[in-house]
Design a protein around this ligand. Structure first.
Ligand code: ATP
Ligand code: MG
Length: 476
């Protein structure tokens, strides 16, 4: 930092006359430090940040060259100028070679001439400082980027240890065939489906079958990030873009650049960010938060949602234009209750998957267990089936998968909102549903639900349509 905006110059000479000339000539423009010998010069150099030293060659004690050699060694940033007598060519050569001096001046010097030399030297000093500080900044930014890269790569790698899709359902297999076809294009894909149906698995499958499979798949969960962080996570920010933005940070769109970006729970993206996303979809362009350089992204976009986006559009929480841009190629991940034939192979798969962490092998699934597990509708889909299987593995005593005290229709523990206090209406729905399941959805006649409930079958039937109780939504 410059004091009073002036550079610090040290002048060393044992001739007071010469010192006075220097002083009167330049004391206005520079902070001058004056010494009569090399040793006084060192004291001043130690105490002050000297930008430039001008020394006479012939002095008592150390000569100018000896002095500058030491200055070069101990104060390498300080620029060095030597004043010599007219014919000291040998000295000049030595000074250049050994002391790496910036300039030499012959005595007596003229003020204007000296001024030019000083200005030139200090300009050089400043440029060198600026360059050093830019390099320093660049180094910091590089370090930051490296950190970010490591963090993101770790995250990506963790996630990439993914599962093969298991299915025996013809319907789902047909979906997978279409998925294979779209995977090789760069088309935006929107995956819709209930929670736990394997949307993320499908997204990873698309990426792994695509031309971008060698590049990263970067996931952003729009529901898991705090609202105020999503924008910077997606698009990055410049230093100082907001309080706490102490460094520049690149966003996930930039990391994904040539790869794929998976926008999970897209329905949760705040409406004000939807416009920015729309622009990427349309033009492949965006700016970092607080920045004005336009950045291009070639990332392939896969989005997923478990909410009904058309409904969200009606409720003004999702932009219709964004929906159309995302919905170029829609894929629906079917709920498990529509592909119950998958339940046995999925159970088998989960038995193998969890045997290591449970520390026990369970190899058979008795028909009774399977029947009960197949009768349930799994509102939490495959994730719920996996959790249940794991739980039964823990509670099974032998090599067979046993169900202890679990009743698929009445075990509220496995249903959503299990700790809520039930209203009469909900209670009624549950109880009627239970009766229906116990009678295999036979309502009328012997062994039917009406008989179990000891009410008139027609009354039951109209009650059921009023309460919207149907086999297909019996998990409610
Ligand atoms: N067909 C399948 N074969 C094997 N495992 C599956 C299959 N589908 C889903 N899974 C497993 O079920 C779990 C849930 O899947 P995933 O996370 O992909 O669902 P999701 O639809 O993204 O759920 P959410 O909406 O809750 O985020 C994961 O552990 C996944 O590995
Ligand atoms: Mg998911």
């Amino acid at each position: 930092m410059l004091k009073n905006g002036k550079y610090n110059i040290l002048i060393i000479d044992d001739d007071t006359q010469s010192l006075t000339t220097f002083k009167t000539g330049f004391q206005e423009e520079f902070n001058l430090f004056i010494g009569l010998s090399a040793s006084e010069g060192f004291t001043l150099l130690k105490q002050n940040e000297i930008h430039l030293v001008v020394t006479d060659q012939r002095m008592a004690g150390l000569s100018g060259i000896e002095f500058l050699k030491k200055v070069k060694k101990y104060f390498p940033k300080t620029l060095r100028i030597l004043l010599t007598g007219y014919s000291d060519l040998e000295v000049v050569v030595k000074a250049i070679n050994e002391c790496n001096i910036h300039r030499y001046m012959t005595k007596p010097w003229k003020k204007l001439q000296m001024k030019n030399v000083l200005d030139h030297a200090l300009e050089f000093y400043q440029l060198r400082e600026d360059k050093d500080s830019l390099l320093e900044q660049l180094k910091k930014v590089n370090q930051q980027l490296e950190k970010e890269n490591t963090y993101l790569t770790e995250e990506i790698n963790q996630d990439q240890d993914f599962q093969k899709i298991i299915t025996s359902s013809e319907k789902f297999k047909a979906t997978l065939k279409i998925l294979e076809q779209v995977a090789t294009t760069n088309t935006t894909v929107l995956i819709q489906g209930e929670s736990g149906t394997g949307k993320e698995l499908l997204a990873r499958e698309i990426h792994s079958l695509s031309k971008k499979s060698e590049k990263p798949l970067v996931k952003v969960n729009c529901a898991a990030l705090p609202k105020n962080l999503i924008e910077s996570e997606l698009f990055g920010h410049e230093k100082g873009a907001f309080t706490g933005a102490s460094q520049q940070r690149i966003g996930r769109f930039e990391v994904a650049d040539e790869g794929t970006i998976f926008l999970d729970e897209i329905g949760e993206l705040p409406i004000d960010l939807q416009a920015k996303l729309l622009r990427i979809l349309q033009d492949g362009e965006f700016e970092r938060l607080g920045g004005n350089t336009t950045i291009k992204s070639n990332a392939r976009i896969i989005a997923a949602t478990n909410i009904d986006l058309e409904k969200a559009i009606k409720e003004d929480t999702f932009r219709e234009d964004l929906y159309f841009r995302l919905n170029v190629f829609p894929i629906t991940s079917p709920p498990l209750r529509e592909r119950k034939e998958d339940i046995p192979i999925l159970i088998e798969h989960f038995l193998k998957k969890h045997q290591a962490n449970i520390g026990r092998k369970i190899s058979t699934v008795p028909a009774k267990t399977l029947k009960i597990m197949m009768s349930y509708n799994y509102p939490g889909n495959i994730r719920e089936l996996e959790n249940l299987t794991e739980r039964f593995m823990i509670t099974s005593l032998g090599e067979q998968l046993e169900i202890m005290d679990w009743n698929p229709t009445f075990n509220l523990k496995y249903q959503k909102g299990n700790d809520e206090f039930l209203t009469m209406k909900k209670m009624e729905i549950r109880h009627i549903t239970e009766a229906c399941i116990r009678s295999d959805w036979k309502i009328f006649g012997e062994g039917g639900a009406a008989e179990k409930l000891e009410i008139n079958a027609k009354t039951l039937s109209s009650r059921m349509s009023k309460l919207n109780i149907k086999k297909e939504n019996s998990f409610l």
